[in-house]
Ligand binder design. Structure first.
Ligand code: PXP
Length: 252
């Protein structure tokens, strides 16, 4: 039987491209302001995305507040809102009401999200955020490294979802021993999380090549994929790039 893993398409990099040229202009600059992440989100949905993921970073380097509002109003699948654990972001998310939020660590100097969230060391703070979102009917996912203590901490605070950070595995792809090790960590983490009642998502650094292995990690519910799809979209278009990833997720 086919494994139906859901695909959340992270469209942040379409906004990165827009900001590279139009950071100082705003939408008043009219249709010259391109690409529009809303159009990319709708194209991703037409290509078969099960959800759209956006990360509103504190420094607003790519996605802007207005993008999130416009996409939320026009999209027809599910919005997954990636955010830092700040009061401002919690308030914004409660106003926007995405279907899910993914709590990520944010370090201003990083190019993209690097390590996982340290749930273990700030369990009370994260538990209080998860509680607020539970009460608002918004599912919370915790973006964590595939480590036992982080998974157990996520289970302790009854976060419904975890997103396993696949970056270390992706970075080790061409180093056979390390890759085997990192892949085994992901498999073990997925098994442990599942046994503790967590829903298992994964993301970061997943591409059209490593998807053949990633899709075999047990218990996967959803993958969040951005860079590789946005890159391929430049060559074949967003709809086709998303459809191609969906096909590969089915092992075809
Ligand atoms: N999931 C999370 C939590 C992320 O921070 C990112 C990167 O923004 C992704 C998934 C997507 O990673 P990539 O762009 O490498 O596919």
């Amino acid at each position: 039987m086919d494994k139906r893993i859901l695909l959340g398409v992270n469209i942040d990099h379409s906004a990165t491209l827009r900001q590279a040229r139009y950071r100082d202009y705003g939408r008043d600059f009219g249709e010259n302001v391109e690409p529009d992440p809303l159009e990319i989100a709708l194209a991703a949905e037409r290509g078969g995305a099960d959800g759209i993921t956006v990360h509103l970073r504190e420094d607003r380097r790519h996605i802007q507040d207005s993008d999130v509002r416009r996409i939320r109003a026009a999209m027809s699948t599910r919005m997954n809102f990636e955010m830092a654990c700040t009061d401002v972001m919690v308030a914004f998310a409660l106003e926007i009401k995405p279907n899910s939020v993914c709590l990520v660590p944010e370090n201003r100097s990083e190019v993209t999200t690097e390590g996982g969230l340290d749930v273990f060391s700030q369990i009370n703070r994260i538990a209080s955020i998860v509680k607020k979102f539970n009460e608002a009917g918004i599912k919370t996912s915790l973006f964590i490294d595939p480590e036992r203590k982080q998974i157990e901490a996520a289970a302790t605070i009854a976060a419904p979802w975890i997103e396993l950070h696949t970056g270390a595995y992706a970075n080790a792809y061409f180093l056979p021993e390390q890759r085997t090790l990192e892949y085994a960590r992901l498999v073990e983490a997925a098994k442990l999380g599942h046994s503790l009642g967590l829903t298992i998502n994964a993301g970061h650094g997943i591409n059209y090549v490593n998807i053949a292995e990633v899709r075999e990690i047990p218990h996967l519910h959803e993958l969040n994929i951005g860079h590789t799809i946005m890159s391929r979209a430049l060559l074949i278009g967003t709809e086709a790039a998303v459809a191609l990833m969906k096909t590969k997720m089915l092992g075809r």
